[in-house]
Design a protein around this ligand. Sequence first.
Ligand code: FEO
Ligand code: CA
Ligand code: CA
Ligand code: CA
Length: 607
Amino acid sequence: MRDTVETVSNRSGNTPFADIVQARISRRSVLVGGLATAAAVFAGTGTGVAHAATRGLVAPPAPRHRPGGSTRVRFTSIPLQAGPMPTVAPEYEMAVILPWREMLDGSGRSFDYDGFTAEQQEHSIGIGHDGMWYFGDHRAGVLCLNHEFGTNEHVFGAPVPGSLAQVRLSQAAHGVTVVAIGRGGDTWRVLRSRRNRRITANTPVAFAGPAATSDLLRTRAGGSPAGTLNNCAHGVTPWGTYLTCEENFNGYFGTGGTWTPNPLQQRYGFTAGGFGYGWHLYDPRFDLASADHANEENRFGWVVEIDPFRSDAPVKRTALGRFKHEGATVVEGSGGRIVVYMGDDERFEYIYKYVSRGNWRMMRARGIHPLDDGTLYVARFDADGTGRWLELSPRNPALAGWEMDAILVNTRAAADAAGATPMDRPEWIAVAPDRSVYCTLTNNTRRTVPDAANPLAPNPDGHIIRWVDSERFTGTEFRWDIFAIARDVTDAGGQMFGSPDGIWADPDGRVFVQTDGAQPGGNNDQMLVADPRTGEFRRLFTGVPGCEVTGLAVTPDRRTMFVNVQHPGDGDPARTNFPAEYTGAAGPVPRDATVVITHRRRHVVGS
Ligand code: FEO
Ligand code: CA
Ligand code: CA
Ligand code: CA
């Protein structure tokens, strides 16, 4: 999400570290050390860690972790940039594909901006490129691509919709694209395929899991539930499906009618004005005062499963809870159980994980979906470097008397009651081959009281926290440290980055970090690669003015990396006309697009 959402919805007053004034971990002690030890404590021996890690970690279709792989980062770090086009390290080259409005028929053509319709949008690449994953080999496959958001000004050139047709266009620009792509020579392109489809704010969806039949998800208007919204980051399951995560869904609802928010709506930040999309002006489904559509808002804020190779309706997995889901990082834990790590991206919100009840293969063999039957937890970070996963179920005495469906729909309030630690905006989560789990905490200008896990107040540049869970991801205890404080990571030019958001650990253990927010010197957002053994960061890629760099997918050989440039120029052609220079198609507004990064000598990207 463009970093302008100013909401704070958590008024629970959870202050587990009220007595801690100084951070336990000094800001220079970032990087390396602490967690290698922590992993050894949990696993018994260091060698056991490495072995278990390689065996346990995800999962086809993700690339496999390489035991003992080198985390060295050798490419030439490039300077920060403010220019109108992206830059990449000199050892690399880039191409641009999948710009907003490109047709899904493989023709390579795009619909015109002028006169663009909802129906055209339903057959072309959406806007607001964000999390994504690639299911294929080094030549061809299916890409699932999230479309987080596009402002009305960018999508149809006016701040407020003037017709239902404009609302439908905006709704169709959101959601997900499933698209077959392939490499021809040195470039990638859309392939004509029956897999190609758009999922939008109006696509029929299904609910599954413990809250699926809850009254809280039922509306008087009836009808089947529809749509997915503000699709931010993602996850990939070992059974080959894609998870898309609904983040700032509250902003699409609003009303001009008589309405006061109930406590549930308040806890999720619903307001009469929303983020200004004005969908409610022509579509009562998004009108908070519509009695027929009461509870419609509870149908958003979920993790949604999509099969890239089938045309089934997307399924909202209620066992993973309802909040502003940034991402859903899946790993196989002890006993073959599925573990999903999830951040709730708002100031003072929480980090969650889900653990399936059993071995995912056995559950599937018995006809039980591994994401429908398990336990949801929320994290408490203690000042001594340990932490606890607090169960979110009526079995937790703090939640005695709660119904399970209420916990899953009002997960934030349940986490308040459980005593979770309010964090500085949890964004993406990555799992490394040594079983370290990294979470970006992008920034929090509203923090006034530091605590051990969020040691800066205010925290305008963000930091990255890291932990190792007991029992190979599935346990309720963890040890944590701070991997990096953004303002302390420097090179010869000074501070390297701010507002970390996207994060991914490659199978060797290198840590890729993408940014969304103010960068040093007012420069463009960027992507860096860190060697966790030395703590060194190098800058691989810089974006364009106004954009966010987000989304990261690789081919299994990691010789091709896909990265997204989201909201280039914030839609303003005076700032950049990206990607006109690459696609040869200048237009009246810049277009969100995917950048393909390859090493000139075909090395693993980032090495
Ligand atoms: Fe969609 Fe929190 O970024
Ligand atoms: Ca964004
Ligand atoms: Ca993000
Ligand atoms: Ca962000």
